[in-house]
Ligand binder design. Structure first.
Ligand code: ZN
Length: 65
C-alpha cells in the first residue's frame, strides 16, 4: 500500500481561546514541504504569523489573526 502525503497547513485562526477554532486545511499538489505550501498559498490569501501560526483567508479577512 502506497500512501502519498502532501504537506499541508492548517489554519490557526481560532484566536486566543482556542475553542470554536477554525480547522481549515490546505495543501498544494506542487508543494514538497510545508514552506512550499505557505509560499504557493499566499496568493490565495493564506498568511503566516510570526509565531508560526497559519491563517486561512477567511480568518484573515475576519480579523482572526
Ligand atoms: Zn481559518
Amino acid at each position: 500500500m502506497t500512501a502519498v502525503n502532501y504537506p499541508a497547513i492548517q489554519c490557526d485562526g481560532s484566536g486566543d481561546g482556542g475553542k470554536d477554532g477554525c480547522y481549515a486545511e490546505t495543501h498544494h499538489p506542487m508543494a514538497r514541504t510545508v514552506t512550499d505550501v505557505r509560499r504557493l498559498r499566499r496568493d490565495l490569501g493564506w498568511r503566516q504569523r510570526p509565531a508560526g501560526r497559519d491563517i486561512c483567508p477567511d480568518c484573515w479577512k475576519a480579523g482572526h489573526r
